[in-house]
Write a protein of this length. Structure first.
Length: 65
């Protein structure tokens, strides 16, 4: 009804590479209300992207990137 699509949200996350991230989270996922399992799949992808951002920031802080 409104808001970002999954694709748009992931594109924004990927565009944040280079920022000094120290942590991130996925606040709420309710896959029991989603018969197609899209909710859980998108949440897993968002978490993966967040972890990549944190690891990239850690590498840059340690001079590895």
């Amino acid at each position: 009804v409104g808001g970002l699509t999954s694709r748009e949200a992931l594109a924004i996350l990927r565009g944040l590479k280079g920022i000094d991230f120290v942590g991130a989270d996925v606040v709420e996922v309710a896959p029991q209300y989603d018969a197609t399992t899209n909710t859980a799949q998108v949440a897993a992808q968002v978490l993966f992207e967040e972890l990549c951002l944190v690891v990239d920031a850690m590498k840059r802080r340690n001079g590895e990137a």
